[in-house]
Design a protein around this ligand. Structure first.
Ligand code: PLP
Length: 365
């Protein structure tokens, strides 16, 4: 009765953790994959205004022309560009779904990192495409030689995520340039998920826009504008591919949230520096609090740390954390390995302090 497609998606591992977590009262929650700040006031006001002004109807599938124009401007794309286009998606997840649908036939391989943001793997499986992996353990950097070794005649695209979830690793420009060179040599598409681009703590975000004509950028507002529930993202890429993507959007998502698109005109103007400073403080705190008890790569971006689990099993360690009223996520949610766990430091300082105390006690016991 149920399709093989639906049955191929196995959420049992993570469900066990959610079931345990659901029993907790007022836990220390370091599991969140979303910002801990609310949308800015002008953004909220713009959304309310749009509702009051009756902007509640369908809009064109490509998205609000004003917002697309502003995004074009921010990437330096001329309004009449023959090569490149931008359109608004239902979150980066919507952009991922449409790019997979556009590029991958059944049996085609897409190279994704391990560890990975979970949608990368399961979307491929939903389409009868094949998620193939390039390992980024233990340092999480983009190792062009390992990626090259994973390429087969069926490889269509490489997915790159920086700053990364769950690792917090922020690629430098040189490693990204090498990866683009590799993709060019093998004529592969690059899907660059840069949703955490504003959360770069130690240096500029590595960019690949304009470096190669098979790059598709996937970005969005969930993290940077504090509106993950509004489902707003965008895709930038070769005009011919983008046109196929929004054709498919017409018959699936129809359009992204219209009210939110009006409000995002405000979000693009907001000063992100105060938020970034807060997140640098949180990163610095959690890294120094855990450095004696845990082995981890210091995150250069996003809002995650991905330490090795004391005792070896991420799942078992997370179960021990939950017994102590602390929520973190086992590495198995993001990986074929059960060796790590993810801490999100997108949480109030007081939660980070309590969480670090529990983690340190568990590591020592
Ligand atoms: N890409 C990465 C790397 C993420 O971590 C997330 C959310 O956690 C997404 C995409 C999904 O973003 P959106 O809310 O825009 O669909």
């Amino acid at each position: 009765m149920i399709s093989k497609r639906a049955q191929s998606i196995d959420a049992s591992g993570i469900r066990r953790v959610f079931d345990l977590a659901a029993k907790l009262e007022n836990p220390v929650n370091l599991s969140m994959g979303q910002p801990d700040f609310d949308a800015w006031e002008p953004v909220k006001q713009a959304a309310k205004d749009a509702i009051d002004q009756g902007k509640n109807r369908y809009i064109v599938t490509q998205g609000l022309p004003e917002l697309r124009a502003k995004l074009r401007e921010s990437y330096g794309i001329p309004a009449d560009s023959e090569e490149t286009d931008v359109f608004i998606t239902a979150g980066v997840t919507g952009g991922l779904a449409l790019s997979y649908l556009t590029l991958l036939d059944p049996g085609d391989e897409i190279l994704i990192p391990d560890p990975f943001f979970v949608v990368y793997r399961d979307l491929a499986m939903m389409l009868n495409a094949v998620p193939a992996y390039y390992e980024i353990y233990p340092d999480f950097d983009l190792k062009a030689d390992r990626i090259e070794a994973a390429i087969t005649p069926r490889t269509k695209a490489i997915l790159v995520n920086s700053p990364g979830n769950p690792t917090g690793y922020a690629a430098n420009q040189e490693e990204l340039d090498q990866l683009i060179e590799l993709a060019r040599r093998h004529e592969l598409f690059v899907l660059y998920d840069e949703i955490y681009d504003r959360f770069c703590f130690d240096g500029p975000h590595a960019q690949c826009f304009g470096s190669y004509d098979k790059v598709i950028l996937l970005n969005g507002f969930s993290k940077s504008a504090g509106v993950p529930g509004w489902r707003l993202g965008f895709a930038v890429g070769p005009k011919a591919v983008i046109a196929q993507m929004y054709k498919l959007q017409q018959y699936s998502f129809v359009c992204a949230n219209s009210i939110g698109q009006w409000a995002m005109l405000e979000a693009l103007d907001a000063d992100f520096r105060p938020v970034l400073e807060e997140y640098v403080k949180k990163r610095d705190f959690i890294c120094s609090a855990l450095s004696d008890s845990f082995s981890f790569v210091r995150p250069g971006g996003a809002f995650y740390v991905f330490p090795e689990a004391p005792g070896g099993s991420g799942m078992q360690f997370v179960e021990r954390c939950i017994e102590q009223n602390l929520l973190v996520v086992p590495g198995t949610a993001f990986s074929r390995r059960d060796t790590h766990f993810r801490i999100s430091f997108s949480a109030p300082m007081e939660q980070l302090e309590r969480g670090a105390e529990i983690l340190n006690k568990l590591a020592k016991s």
